[in-house]
Ligand binder design. Structure first.
Ligand SMILES: [Zn+2]
Ligand SMILES: [Zn+2]
Length: 351
């Protein structure tokens, strides 16, 4: 049987979501969107940080210079040199800008890319395998779907991040995230507004890819599973997301770091030391970094000075520097490419 003669009858969760959008049921739609700041997760981050402070007798945090140091509890949790730093203030302004645009773009991609991907996957599965097996949803299948969706997201995040570092025009955008000279939980959302559609499209595609396959297997009975999926893994992603941009060093044992990304491994990703360049792109698992040869497990208290190399940082220190930065770099790139002038492209290139 061909797809032309028999359009897919199974409807996946993103298509259901799209129908919700078309019906202007915005309150229902809002319930499907991820929350941004998880206060419970931030509290958990603080509790783990207090535990590290006790265990390491005041050691285990870093200062604004990226060096490990000993500190009193309050200074350990909320160091003055980090939270009064110009970079932390820029974090707040960029976060507000990004958050204002994020709902529109995220909804846009969830309502377009996700249903299209999902229905394409369902049609493809029907084309190759015929009618679906109509599997009865139980806990084991729910967990399998959750894990699969999670790994899809993890891989698409890695790949998107890798490409953003390697393609100069995209690095011009992602540089804004890396111009953070100190790390705070808000640095997680420090992105130029042109990066939002890229991440949103990647996220929508990965979730819908998994949803399409499992909607086929479950004959469309996937809505409740989707909720389960978000519930299980949002916490894990949330912890790593806010903790990996926190200055306290949360290490995992070396054997575990080869599988799961510890927060301190992201400290390395933000360092401008040459040995740390283009390392640790992961969101959660270390598997893709291992596969691509970009895994770097730091030593205890390893020095990680954050930000761009000092000679590049000068162009990315204020809010407006960061807002216009990508446009200025694109102009430089275009000029260097089309006019064959002596424009210094190393200014745009990573290092
Ligand atoms: Zn990066
Ligand atoms: Zn980061």
């Amino acid at each position: 049987m061909s797809i032309e003669s028999r359009p897919p009858e199974i409807v996946g969760p993103f298509t259901q979501l799209q129908q919700t959008v078309l019906n202007f049921d915005w309150s229902s739609l809002a319930a499907h969107l991820p929350r941004d700041l998880y206060w419970d997760v931030l509290l958990l981050t603080l509790v783990i940080a207090v535990f590290i402070w006790f265990k390491r007798k005041g050691e285990g945090s870093k200062g604004a210079d990226g060096r490990a140091r000993k500190a009193e509890l309050f200074q350990f949790l909320l160091p003055k040199d980090i939270y009064t730093h110009q970079s932390a203030k820029v974090d707040v302004c960029l976060w507000v800008t990004e958050r204002l645009l994020h709902p529109f773009l995220a909804v846009g991609f969830l309502a377009t890319v996700a249903p299209a991907t999902e229905q394409a996957m369902i049609s493809m599965m029907q084309f190759i395998f015929g009618d679906g097996p109509n599997i009865e949803v139980n806990l084991a299948w729910m967990l399998l779907y959750s894990l699969f969706a999670f790994l899809c997201f993890d891989f698409v995040f890695f790949l998107t991040h890798y490409i953003m570092h390697k393609v100069p025009a995209l690095w011009a955008i992602h540089k804004v995230h890396h111009s953070a000279e100190v790390l705070t939980p808000l640095t997680r959302y420090r992105e130029h507004f042109t990066a939002v559609p890229i991440w949103a499209a990647g996220g929508a595609f990965s979730h819908a890819f998994a949803a399409g396959i499992f909607a086929y297997l479950f004959n469309g009975n996937i809505t409740e599973v989707t909720v389960m999926n978000v519930g299980i893994f949002a916490l894990i992603i949330g912890i790593t997301g806010s903790f990996r941009h926190y200055h306290v060093q949360f290490h995992y044992p070396k054997w575990l770091s080869k599988w799961v990304h510890s927060p301190v491994m992201h400290h390395v990703h933000h360092s401008y030391l040459e040995k740390h360049w283009d390392m640790n792109f992961a969101a959660f698992t270390s598997s893709w970094d291992r596969l691509f040869g970009t895994l770097y497990i730091p030593e205890k208290d390893e020095y990680t000075p954050w930000g761009l190399p000092p000679e590049k940082q000068i162009e990315h220190s204020s809010y407006w520097h960061n807002m216009i930065g990508p446009f200025r770099d694109w102009y430089r790139l275009a000029k260097a490419k089309f006019e064959s002038t002596d424009v210094d492209v190393t200014v745009i290139e990573k290092k």
